[in-house]
Ligand binder design. Sequence first.
Ligand SMILES: C[C@@](CO)(OP(=O)(O)O)[C@H](O)COP(=O)(O)OP(=O)(O)OC[C@H]1O[C@@H](n2ccc(N)nc2=O)[C@H](O)[C@@H]1O
Ligand SMILES: Nc1ncnc2c1ncn2[C@@H]1O[C@H](COP(=O)(O)OP(=O)(O)O)[C@@H](O)[C@H]1O
Length: 295
Amino acid sequence: MDAAQLTVSAPAKLNLFLHILGRRDNGYHELQTVFQFLDFSDTLHFSLTPTVNEIRLLDSPADVAPTDNLIYKAARALQQWHNQPLPGVAIRLEKRIPMGGGLGGGSSDAASTLLALRQLWQLAISDAEVAELGLALGADVPVFLFGQAAFAEGIGERLQPVNPEPYWYLVIHPQVHVSTAEVFQHPQLPRQTKALQLHDWNLHNTRNDCQQLVSKLHPEVAKAIAWLLEYAPARLTGTGACVFGCFTSQTEAMQALTQLPPNWNGFVARGLNQSPVGSELELAMQSKPTTRPEV
Ligand SMILES: C[C@@](CO)(OP(=O)(O)O)[C@H](O)COP(=O)(O)OP(=O)(O)OC[C@H]1O[C@@H](n2ccc(N)nc2=O)[C@H](O)[C@@H]1O
Ligand SMILES: Nc1ncnc2c1ncn2[C@@H]1O[C@H](COP(=O)(O)OP(=O)(O)O)[C@@H](O)[C@H]1O
């Protein structure tokens, strides 16, 4: 690969639990959650182009306008931070992560874009400044930049590394759309869970505070959780719609997957405590010269 190209992955995440502690004056909610990555990813291909400041998305999911795509917004945010002409970039997205499923695909795409373009454009932007740009794009972006499974507080920006069991997960995507904003605005959402200490959480003393409400609003979600519970401990990720079951072996998870009702979508993936993006970028850096093309 030459110095004007870079390919990185953008892994999915699960919220192993999600507690809502309260609501801020601006409407955003104080959370506690544990994020773990999955070895199930989108892939992003970046190529520099001679057209100064161009950001060309070669693929954007059909229902997302290119300029609304978080990949575009992330690239634009970096350009604006730099505030001087930069080479253009063409970006190809191989989308695998179900959208709007609580798997963080859009946020992960945004984080991978920030990290890949910082490297490709050779910008002297600090990690803290990248984190600030990331948080402005979405509450889930910081953990993907952090690159390590994390206990998160605030709206997801205060992160401490953790090492949860690397379970095998069967993830089911019920074919319903859950609006994150609607869930957080709902009067029946519980918002008074007591804060946990970092080392006190486990799968048994935690839950997803959105699960009961989302199951009520979307019976397909309730059905998927009930089905999974026949095989393994199961819960909602984020505000849904995806649900996951925790298995101790790939074989058990795959076995359950073979029993999935024919009209449901699901996949098996391993929990990862390290995002693959850091090592992919490191490897690319080692194999390439470091001069930025002139514009
Ligand atoms: C709650 C989580 C857990 O991972 O759900 P998922 O999106 O993954 O399902 C995320 O933090 C979501 O992150 P993200 O999807 O990036 O949310 P944003 O775009 O920042 O916010 C969407 C809307 O949700 C509400 N919101 C979001 C996060 C938060 N801590 N409190 C909120 O009240 C706000 O009304 C906001 O307008
Ligand atoms: N690159 C992208 N991939 C997925 N969704 C995106 C992207 N850019 C913008 N979006 C928008 O963000 C919304 C949330 O996407 P996603 O991150 O997949 O789900 P969630 O926040 O539930 O984990 C989508 O419904 C879509 O409208």
